[in-house]
Design a protein around this ligand. Structure first.
Ligand code: FES
Ligand code: FES
Length: 161
């Protein structure tokens, strides 16, 4: 039987009707809602490519049943910023060329956003811990860490002005 599930994605109320409410949220975001920025990597909650914010918390969504997010608020990479108005994290990653293939970056930016929401002055160790669930196979970790530090500095400046 078709089941209707309501939730909010990137500030907009959304509704999907599915025969299988166990369908992973990642599939729904990509295939039903056309939000292709969140990536499928391992499909086993191991790589962090599929990280989204659910009620502000970073969570992998490749195995999370869509029924479990009914009534919740989801932020995907598309909700961070736009090409015309990028989030400071996105701008810092662009400026620092902080990726190689870029496949991991949606998940990394989501984890970094969650970190900077709670801590605008993270240490290197705190950044590494926040990104611990995100694998970058290209080994761009140093540039990624520097970009998060740069975005945090930029956001601190913005908070002062
Ligand atoms: S695709 Fe979800 S953790 Fe790898
Ligand atoms: S930039 Fe290629 S996996 Fe991270």
């Amino acid at each position: 039987m078709t089941k209707k599930i309501d939730f909010t994605v990137n500030g907009k109320p959304m509704s999907v009707s599915l025969d299988n409410e166990e369908t992973p949220l990642l599939n729904v975001l990509r295939n039903e809602l056309g939000l292709m920025g969140t990536r499928f990597g391992c499909g086993l909650e191991q790589c962090g490519c599929c990280m989204v914010l659910i009620d502000g918390q970073p969570e992998k969504c490749c195995t999370k049943p869509v029924s479990s997010v009914a009534g919740k608020t989801i932020t995907t990479i598309e909700g961070l910023g736009t090409p015309a108005h990028p989030h400071p994290l996105q701008q810092a990653f662009i400026d620092g060329q902080a990726g190689q293939c870029g496949y991991c970056l949606s998940g990394i930016l989501i984890s970094a956003k969650a970190l900077l929401e709670r801590n605008l002055s993270p240490t290197r160790a705190e950044i590494a811990q926040a990104l611990d669930d995100n694998i970058c196979r290209c080994g761009s970790h140093n540039r990624i860490m520097r970009a998060v530090e740069k975005a945090a500095a930029q956001m601190r400046l913005g908070a002062q002005s």
